[in-house]
Design a binder for this molecule. Structure first.
Ligand SMILES: *[C@@H]1O[C@H](CO)[C@@H](O)[C@H](O)[C@H]1NC(C)=O
Ligand SMILES: *[C@@H]1O[C@H](CO)[C@@H](O)[C@H](O)[C@H]1NC(C)=O
Ligand SMILES: *[C@@H]1O[C@H](CO)[C@@H](O)[C@H](O)[C@H]1NC(C)=O
Ligand SMILES: *[C@@H]1O[C@H](CO)[C@@H](O)[C@H](O)[C@H]1NC(C)=O
Ligand SMILES: *[C@@H]1O[C@H](CO)[C@@H](O)[C@H](O)[C@H]1NC(C)=O
Ligand SMILES: *[C@@H]1O[C@H](CO)[C@@H](O)[C@H](O)[C@H]1NC(C)=O
Ligand SMILES: *[C@@H]1O[C@H](CO)[C@@H](O)[C@H](O)[C@H]1NC(C)=O
Length: 513
């Protein structure tokens, strides 16, 4: 499936004959992003300006423009400045397919596929969090995304990717990859794009909600839709923390998913239930954040994210005076999961990526967040924790089966593409996870040098050919890169700025006195 400059997901989209909803005369951004567009940066990499023309942008924010101006004018390297200028607004420029503030609904696509992923949106929008307090329209957009997702989660808590809300008048997209898949409980393809169960999708919904609340203090998101969604999330947590077998060795199944018999998706062991798991206190998942099948059900980094997000959820519920039983339950699960991570996934300071509760451990990492490399970014532990340092060292070496490196590019990939196509996203996670200046610069330039001259962040990059990559339009990866730059702007200004003065994007709209 890997072709020069052709994305797996966009290949799939083309095969579906799907069309993007774009303003008249505006190019499809998948095609647009495959070729250099505007003038080049003044740096050695000569990266092109890749923002769509103003009339083609799907959302405008003067706060975003202000931050672009502030950051790029401070930067010492015009190439990094250009990357920030292209990536920071990418989600707003290209992916807001529907937004109606009156209806409190917004539909945001992942990029080159017309579907809304819970995980992707949480990460696509996280980068704008510092601006929510000062840009009301942007805050209203995020609120509308949360409300739309609350509806999805309340109805289909086991699914992760969805179709446009009916109010939008946008047509659902047919997903070839869901053809021939048997999923239980069954789903309506006019609402659900793909029903892979990934616990981190639900964490994404919580992260987006509490991030919005923390930034704005607006508790109006906690409406009936949202409360139903939270109830469903706890149902899933309870169901998926149980062992597979009951006393009579019945396989207790709350969710199953399997392909086979000519379907594009593979058959899954045990009638679509996957490998058996024994109780540990962790919450099981069926697919990974990459949308690939899990080998073992207990995915350590997803549980780390869950533990962190449940505590934030409880804090928000307490601050807003919501029912105490839900916040108490959130804190209880958060503590149980955290303890189980330390008790059952770590051996000699090395975290396993997945375990099954029977002693089975898979030591590896996959590029997508939540990953083990991103544990500090997720807020689970500090960058200098001995178990993180030891695990990180192993993950960025041949000790990790999905690490690889060539002459110009290297990092962590995963079976989603293959071991020879690591993801720039893994280098971003590596930067969030260290205070070492040399390591940060090494990762930053490994990313910058490998955009295929296109000035955007791609899904994966081949280690043997600098012209082979996947997904020219991957909004989450663009947002994650920009979020990392905003982090460096505060934490390590001297590495990217002409001066050593930190820059806080939250202060962007505060007038300088
Ligand atoms: C680069 O392109 C932008 C947008 O098209 C334009 O506004 C700007 O003047 C150009 N800059 C140079 C140096 O050509
Ligand atoms: C964004 O602003 C441009 C003008 O600068 C306008 O043409 C475009 O329609 C605006 N986009 C939206 C979604 O409002
Ligand atoms: C938003 O939705 C309301 C209620 O359905 C409708 O009356 C209004 O025209 C919509 N606004 C836009 C800009 O589409
Ligand atoms: C929490 O309490 C409310 C009523 O006070 C009830 O409706 C809700 O189902 C309870 N939720 C849980 C998770 O126990
Ligand atoms: C990036 O490219 C520049 C210029 O070709 C080179 O000097 C530098 O070593 C490269 N950095 C990395 C980390 O690959
Ligand atoms: C941002 O503003 C706050 C006060 O509003 C101040 O404490 C903080 O130092 C500022 N941060 C930066 C990086 O300018
Ligand atoms: C950035 O500014 C905001 C708002 O003034 C403040 O709450 C936050 O703590 C600041 N962050 C840092 C790292 O200084």
């Amino acid at each position: 499936m890997l072709k020069h400059g052709i994305s797996v997901k966009s290949t799939m989209l083309a095969a579906l004959g799907a069309t993007m909803v774009v303003a008249q005369g505006c190019p499809d951004y998948t095609t647009f992003s495959e070729m250099p567009q505007g003038n080049s940066s003044a740096g050695t990499l000569k990266l092109p300006y890749m923002r769509p023309a103003p009339i083609c942008r799907t959302f405008n924010s003067s706060a975003v423009e202000k931050v672009i101006q502030d950051i790029t004018s401070r930067m010492k390297d015009p190439d990094i400045a250009r990357l920030f200028e292209n990536t920071f607004p990418n989600t707003l420029d290209t992916t807001i397919k529907y937004f109606n503030a009156t209806e409190n609904l917004a539909f945001i696509i992942t990029g080159d596929i017309t579907a809304q992923w819970l995980r992707d949106t949480a990460n696509q929008l996280a980068v704008y969090r510092p601006l929510l307090a000062s840009d009301n329209n942007l805050a209203t957009l995020v609120k509308a995304v949360i409300n739309n997702e609350a509806r999805y989660v309340a109805q289909y808590p086991y699914c992760g990717a969805f179709q446009p809300p009916p109010e939008s008048g946008l047509s659902p997209t047919h997903n070839d990859w869901a053809d021939g898949v048997a999923v239980n409980p069954p789903v309506d393809p006019n609402i659900v794009f793909e029903c892979k169960y990934e616990i981190d999708s639900l964490c994404g919904f919580i992260k987006l909600s509490r991030g919005y609340y923390e930034a704005t203090g607006d508790a109006s998101i906690l409406n009936d839709n949202w409360k139903s969604a939270i109830d469903q999330i706890f149902r899933v947590i309870s169901e998926q923390s149980q062992g597979s077998f009951d006393q009579n060795f019945n396989f207790v199944s709350y969710y199953s998913w399997t392909g086979g018999n000519g379907a594009l998706s593979p058959a899954v062991n045990n009638n679509g239930n996957g490998e058996p798991k024994a109780y540990t206190g962790l919450v099981g998942t069926h697919h990974r954040p990459s949308d690939d099948l899990s080998v073992f059900a207990f995915l350590t980094p997803a549980n780390a994210m869950l533990s962190v997000e449940l505590t934030h959820l409880a804090d928000m519920l307490d601050k807003t005076g919501q029912s105490k039983n839900v916040s108490a339950m959130a804190r209880r699960y958060s503590a149980t999961i955290e303890k189980a991570i330390w008790d059952t996934t770590v051996v000699d300071d090395i975290f396993a990526y997945e375990i099954n509760g029977y002693g089975g451990r898979y030591v590896m990492d996959d590029a997508n967040v939540p990953s083990l490399l991103s544990l500090p970014y997720l807020g689970f532990l500090e960058k200098d924790h001995p178990a993180y340092l030891a695990t990180r060292k192993l993950l960025l070496s041949r000790g990790n089966p999905y690490y690889s490196a060539g002459k110009t590019f290297g990092g962590i990939g995963g079976p989603h593409i293959d071991a020879w196509n690591p993801w720039p996203m893994s280098q971003i996670s590596a930067i969030f996870g260290t205070d070492d200046d040399d390591e940060i610069l090494q990762s930053l330039y490994t990313i910058a040098n490998n955009t295929n001259g296109l000035g955007l962040i791609h899904e994966s990059q081949n280690i043997y050919s600098s012209y082979s990559y996947t997904r020219p339009w991957f909004a989450w990866a663009n947002s994650y890169f920009a979020e990392m730059i905003l982090d460096l702007a505060q934490r390590k200004p001297h590495l990217i700025f002409k001066t050593n003065t930190p820059y806080n994007a939250s202060n962007a709209s505060v007038p300088v006195v």
